[in-house]
Structures are given as C-alpha cells and as structure tokens.
Design a protein around this ligand. Structure first.
Ligand code: PXG
Length: 459
C-alpha cells in the first residue's frame, strides 16, 4: 500500500538507529529492537512502511482531533506561508492570523478569558503560566506566594519547569527536581479509593490540597495546577465531587487555579474545555494539541480577568516570549481547524461517539476476567487490566501486563497506549460507528491474547 519512497524499511530503521534519539525512549533498547516507520495517515488510520494499516486509538499523541489528511488544513498552511511565512509579535507588530485566533480563543473559553499568549508546545504554555502566576503575586504585593501544587502522575510537559510541575518522579530525578513545587495525591478512585464511595474519595483527594496549603502556609502558595482529566497519568477521571471542592479550596486560600487543558481542550471530553465538563472556573488555562489537531505546533495560554488585568495594568514589561509565539502559519491552521470542529459539530460528536464506544466496550469486555474497569467521558477513556477484578487488585508491575497488551494491540492493528496496566485511548473525534466497532473488536482480541499470555505464566 505504502512504501517510505526513498528507502526500504530496513534502510529507514538503520538510519533511525544510527542518528535519531527519540523522546521518552530507552535508546539502547530501541536501537536493538528497531522502530516502526510511519509513512502515511488518513482519517483515523495510520500506515507503516510495510503497508500495515493501524487504527490510531490515540489520535497521534492525544492531538489529532479532526483526523488525519485534511486538505483544508494543508491549504491553510500553504496559503499563509505564501502570503506571509513569518513575522514576529515582538516589535510592536502582529499578524492577522494571530490576532484573529486570540479573539476566537477568548470567545471559546467562555466569559472571563480576555487575553491570550501564544507559544509552541504544551510545555512552553506551562512554563509561561508558571512565570505569570509568580509575577502576578509579586505584583499583588505577595512575593512569598511562589509554590506550585500539582499531583502525582500529573504530566505538565518536559521543559525543566514543566517536568518539575508534573508528578513523575523519574522525570524529577533526571535534572528536574526544582524547589517550589509540591505534589498531592491524584483523584484516582479505581487505584486508590479503597472502600470509599467515589464521591467521598473525590472530596478526600481534593482536601489533600487544603492540607498541603495549610502545611506550606497559604502565604507561600501561588497556584494549583491540574489536568481536568489526567491523560498521561492513566486517564484519571475524577469523581464529580472533586473539582468543585478544589475550586472552593483555591478560593478560600487565594490560590490561583490553573487548568492544563493540553489534552482535554477542543472537544476531547465532549465540551470545548475540560473545565466546562467538570463545571469549574480556572484563572488560567494551557491549550495545545487539539488547537491545531497536531498539524503544526502551537500552544496558547488563556489568561483570566484577574491575572490579565494585573499583568497589564501593573506589570510593566513581561520579559518572556518565543521567536515563534503566534507563528502565522500555525495560527492559520488553528483557525481552519476550529472551523472544521465547529462546522462538523465535533465537540458534540465526541460526546455521542464517546458514549457509544464506552457502551460497546462494556458490552464486549465488561465481564472479561482481565478487565477491572472501563471508563471514559467524551472520547477519552481507559481500560484497567487487573489480577483480581473483585478486589481491584493489580498485577505486580514487573510482569508488564500493560506493555504485553500494548504490543498485542499494535500487532493486531490498533494503537492503544499502556500507562502501568491501564490501557488508555483517545481516538480522533471523527471516529465513525463502523470504526468504533473495529476498535472494540481489535481491543477485545488484544486483551484476549494478553489474557492467554498472563495465564501461561502465572505470577
Ligand atoms: N500538559 C499535558 C496535560 C500534556 O498531556 C503537555 C502538557 C506538554 O505538551 P508538549 O506539547 O510540550 O508535549 C502534555 C503533553 C503520552 C504523551 O504518551 C503525552 C504528552 C506528550 C507526549 C507523550 O501520554 N502530553
């Protein structure tokens, strides 16, 4: 079906191993195992250089919301690159696509987000927010309020500050253990809720924030950062009680509330933003990924009234920005991407197709002995693989059950990622009913094969 044109698969793999350091990769192991070379994509499918067709249940890296192969987005980029390939926003200048996109995002975010700052990645958006919230408190005459609280398993990017804000200890231990960050438990009911009812556990997990603020002293705490749903952490969907309680606590102690919408934004949860899904009002939001559906790199910080007013009125010059902040081609693609999302009703569609996918997964896999929980909202979800369904008990991590399943998924033609033994999915929002059936049957086959492997070597 597809080649990689210039080289054979073996040649691509040899060149890849010779020169290419991949992100989040054990280099030695991958160079021995060899990469899969992806050469083409259309709709919800990707193809590798051997012609294998794979249903992309992860929308790339949680980003290809409108699906692959949209000529409209390629045309928007080409048109902009021909007309004005680049100009900056540093020299008291701006370009039409960046201005238009700032206006549009400010409306989409709902009331109270008058200002937008552009960067190129989710990580840079998070770094920007860290700068903004610390500067905000200095300008408020409370320079002690510097500490950022977030959660274990949180992913807020891979710059040093993003990694420090995130809750992944392996990242902290590789040069990103900065002072000024503190982590509390995530609202992971399935894994840690024990005998508590989900809503009781949601309140309990939120109240850990209150305890931590009191331990650190509210006069030292700048902000709480949270993904509305923790994606890379294993699609941790908080109980409904969680976010309202977090909001209450942030207000009570005058701590800014930051929603990391990098995965949840632009329809992923069946709403424009995850904060809308859970009914809370953040002070700032970080957006990326689905903003351009991954066609070009772009991120945005949506700045709420209170912070915007202070930074503008009292801040003087804000010594921060990137060469490509508001790149006109990325912004033009984002505008065309938002047009598609609106025209095709993809935000609502995410809710409808997500409900169908969840229902079909539960019907097909709900009774499977390996499957502990199937959860989702909109088109983001997870399947927990467990040793003991009744007691919600996991396999020992060294058995690598999630990785076994992930490998079976790829081999059967489905991308589903493993986070520990939690299989996570977030397909393009365009996924059709027939493609949902295919997703479910491929997932069922991979889980059955995993189950056979697990039974053959009892641990
Ligand atoms: N915040 C969240 C919530 C993210 O998911 C970032 C920030 C950082 O964005 P950039 O654009 O700097 O990567 C992310 C990124 C995975 C995976 O396998 C997830 C991300 C990135 C790479 C891999 O789950 N999320």
């Amino acid at each position: 079906m597809t080649s990689g044109a210039k080289h054979t698969t073996a040649e691509w793999q040899a060149l890849d191993a010779a020169h290419y350091l991949h992100p989040f990769t054990d280099h030695k192991a991958l160079k021995a195992e060899k990469s899969r070379i992806i050469t083409r994509a259309e709709g919800v499918y990707i193809w590798d250089s051997e012609g294998h067709k794979i249903l992309d249940g992860m929308a790339g890296l949680w980003c290809v919301n409108v699906g692959y192969g949209r000529a409209e987005l390629a045309d928007a980029a080409a048109r902009q690159l021909r007309e004005l390939s680049f100009y900056n926003s540093f020299f008291k200048t701006a370009t039409p696509p960046a201005i238009e996109l700032a206006d549009r995002l400010s409306s989409l975010a709902g009331p109270g987000f008058p200002q937008v700052f552009f960067a190129n990645s989710g990580s840079e958006a998070i770094d920007t927010i860290i700068r903004m919230v610390r500067q905000f408190w200095s300008l408020q005459g409370k320079p002690g309020k510097q500490t950022i609280i977030s959660r274990h398993y949180a992913y807020h990017g891979s710059t040093i500050a993003g990694a420090a804000a995130g809750g992944l200890v392996d990242m902290h231990n590789q040069g990103a253990n900065l002072p000024g960050f503190s982590h509390i438990i995530p609202p992971y009911w399935y894994g840690s809720g024990g005998d508590m009812a989900p809503d009781d556990f949601g309140r309990f997990a939120a109240q850990e924030l209150e305890k931590r603020i009191l331990e650190l002293g509210p006069e030292n705490v700048a902000a709480f950062f949270g993904e509305p749903i923790q994606g890379s952490g294993g699609v941790i969907i908080p109980p409904e009680s969680y976010w309202p309680e977090i909001q209450r606590i942030c207000r009570a102690y005058d701590v800014l509330l930051v929603a990391d919408e990098v995965i949840c934004g632009f329809g992923r949860t069946g709403h424009w933003f995850g904060a809308h899904r859970f009914g809370f009002q953040p002070d700032l939001m970080a957006a990326a990924k689905g903003l351009t559906s991954g066609y070009l790199p772009l991120s945005a910080v949506l700045v709420g009234d209170r912070v915007a007013e202070t930074l503008i009125e009292k801040g003087g010059e804000f010594y921060h920005g990137f060469t490509y902040s508001g790149h006109p081609a990325s912004c033009a693609v984002a505008l065309a991407n938002l047009d598609i999302i609106e025209r095709e009703g993809l935000v609502e569609r995410s809710g409808v197709q997500g409900a169908l996918l969840l229902q079909r997964l539960k019907e097909t896999l709900g009774d499977h002995p390996l499957v502990g929980e199937i959860r989702g909202t909109g088109l983001i979800g997870a399947i927990e693989l467990v040793a003991d369904k009744a007691r919600r008990r996991f396999f020992p991590s060294e058995r690598g059950v999630g990785m076994i399943c992930r490998n079976h998924c790829f081999a059967t033609g489905l991308v589903m990622r493993a986070v520990r033994d939690t299989m996570v999915f977030a397909p393009p929002l365009t996924i059709s009913d027939a493609e949902i059936e295919e997703f479910v049957s491929l997932a069922a086959r991979a889980i059955e094969l995993t189950w056979r492997d697990v039974r053959q070597e009892p641990g």
